[in-house]
Design a protein around this ligand. Structure first.
Ligand SMILES: *Cc1c(COP(=O)(O)O)cnc(C)c1O
Length: 215
């Protein structure tokens, strides 16, 4: 598939959901993709990218930024506290705020640095033990805790369990966001971004459908 096809499908999903064109931000997930593929997508005009690992992001994006203006980088994978500063200096958004210790670290660093990327709280909607994220039952309290730390919380993020109907998880995330007055919903990947848009996703994270399978 190509970037333009994905954009067309997003536009159609926006229209089908009665949402304005351009309402949804496409995050092109470039993790583990060869640099030449990433560069092709940059040449097609895409500027918002997602990376899982800070290390990998730091290895490619400063280089691309020398050539391409207006790149916006989103960290979407688990973040260790000892990588938080690097993530904050590199990225415009972090979608994986998933525990109190990370929130406290981000708050302290935001004071030191004088700015903070947009933050999304990851909710483990499937309550999967191996998956990161705040449990749904703890989400309201964690949102309040982050706000108490003056963190710029924009919204929520989830990764539905592979075996389950994603719609249930998108609906749950949307409900938690709404009752907490959060506008941002980071949900939907290659296989289900249209469904996520119908449930109100503001940011879809699409990797393999744009770039091809990862090695
Ligand atoms: C890899 C990844 C994606 C993209 O997955 P695709 O199925 O390739 O679209 C989205 N979100 C997160 C958190 C990821 O790690």
């Amino acid at each position: 598939m190509s970037l333009s096809e994905i954009r067309t499908r997003i536009a159609k999903a926006e229209a089908d959901a009665g949402r304005p064109a351009g309402d949804v931000t496409l995050i092109a997930v470039s993790k583990m993709q060869p640099d030449d593929r990433v560069e092709e997508v940059l040449k097609e005009g895409q500027r918002v990218f997602g990376e899982n690992r800070v290390q990998e992001a730091a290895g490619k994006w400063p280089m691309f930024r020398e050539t391409y203006d207006g790149i916006e980088l989103h960290i979407i994978g688990p973040l260790q506290t000892n990588k938080a500063r690097q993530a904050m200096e590199l990225a415009q958004a972090i979608h994986s705020v998933d525990r109190p210790k990370l929130a406290t670290t981000l708050a302290r660093l935001a004071q030191e640095i004088g700015s903070c990327p947009e933050l999304y709280i990851q909710v483990n909607t499937g309550e999967e033990p191996q998956k990161a994220g705040i449990l749904p039952a703890d989400a309201d309290a964690f949102v309040a805790e982050c706000r108490g730390l003056d963190l710029p919380v924009q919204g929520l993020m989830c990764i539905p369990p592979v075996e389950e109907e994603a719609a249930l998880h998108f609906a749950l995330l949307a409900k938690i966001a709404e009752r907490n007055g959060l506008a941002g919903l980071s949900m939907g990947m290659s296989g289900d971004f249209e469904k996520a848009i119908s449930f109100g996703a503001t940011h879809v994270r699409v990797g393999s459908a744009i770039f091809g399978a990862r090695d």
